[in-house]
Ligand binder design. Structure first.
Ligand SMILES: [Zn+2]
Length: 119
C-alpha cells in the first residue's frame, strides 16, 4: 500500500511535462485585460433579458437621481444590477435590473467604488 502511493506520485511527475508539451502556442489563451467587461455581461442570457426589459419599461434611464436637464433617453441605455453580482445580487432577475444612461451608470459605479473603498 505504501509502495502504491510512492509510485503514483512518481507517475504524476513524469506525466506533467507531457501535458505541457501538448499545449500548442497558437491556442494558448491570452489573459483578459482587467478593464474588460466580465463575460457574464456579454452572455446571450443577459443581453436578451435587457432587450426584454427595454421593451417592457422603455429604452430610457430609470435612475431616480438622473439629472433633470438631460433627456432620459439620451445616448446608450445600459442594464445595471441594483444589487451587484459581487454583493450577491441575482444575475438574471429582472427585479434586480435598472436601466441607466451612461452618465447615471458611471455615477453609480463611482459611488459604489467609493463606498466599497471606505466601507
Ligand atoms: Zn440617467
Amino acid at each position: 500500500m505504501v509502495l502504491g502511493i510512492g509510485e503514483r506520485s512518481a507517475d504524476a511527475m513524469t506525466l506533467q511535462p507531457t501535458r505541457l508539451y501538448k499545449l500548442r502556442p497558437g491556442r494558448v489563451k491570452v489573459p483578459l485585460p482587467p478593464k474588460q467587461a466580465a463575460p457574464f455581461y456579454l452572455s446571450t442570457e443577459w443581453r436578451s433579458l435587457i432587450t426584454m426589459i427595454k421593451k417592457q419599461r422603455g429604452n430610457k434611464c430609470h435612475d431616480p437621481n438622473h439629472p433633470p436637464d438631460v433627456p432620459r433617453w439620451k445616448g446608450r441605455i445600459y442594464g445595471d444590477h441594483v444589487v451587484e453580482l459581487k454583493d450577491g445580487g441575482p444575475p438574471l432577475d429582472s427585479r434586480n435590473v435598472m436601466l441607466r444612461c451612461h452618465a447615471c451608470h458611471a455615477r453609480k459605479t463611482m459611488q459604489q467604488r467609493t463606498q466599497r473603498y471606505h466601507g
